[in-house]
Design a protein. Sequence first.
Lengths: 113, 116
Amino acid sequence: LAKTTQPISMDSYEGQEVNITCSHNNIATNDYITWYQQFPSQGPRFIIQGYKTKVTNEVASLFIPADRKSSTLSLPRVSLSDTAVYYCLVGDRTEDSWGKLQFGAGTQVVVTP
Amino acid sequence: NAGVTQTPKFQVLKTGQSMTLQCAQDMNHEYMSWYRQDPGMGLRLIHYSVGAGITDQGEVPNGYNVSRSTTEDFPLRLLSAAPSQTSVYFCASSRDGRIGVGYEQYFGPGTRLTVT
């Protein structure tokens, strides 16, 4: 099974940059890495997705090294509203389960003033 | 577009009762899935479907059945409710769930289920 490992929690102050690293040693050759954000009592929300090198959108950046065994989500200048759980997601490619997408435990990010 | 809708929002069942959680999407997505999330935990995949008429088991399928007769709907049936099934259930859909094809999952608001 493709499995991800993330820190359980991270604390930050407003205005700082937060970097969350996810380990996915068994990622499939053609699989993407996707990050989601979840607020309490809500379903997860897509943040960013990438395959290699660097991807940036209006919310975050995603850095993926050449070996693709890890990835780092970067949240620039966080605010209190960025307090949430962040999940790293990769697929689980086997011959009989090419559609199985599984979440890891996630990282609780707490932003304080 | 309404996106992904789930009904009911809240439900209380007694042990042994059965019920169906409804999920619908209006984005013509091929891939749909059900997750459960226990308090303070991550999401665990129950069942998923890569298209109408095709379903498969996820990480924790025991005690649940699914069917996918149309592209839009993906109901989750609890066969005989148990207290261990007390959880929040999320339905999600994606344009394409194939590994290697870039995808984004859209999640519904969730159904909070309590089994006494």
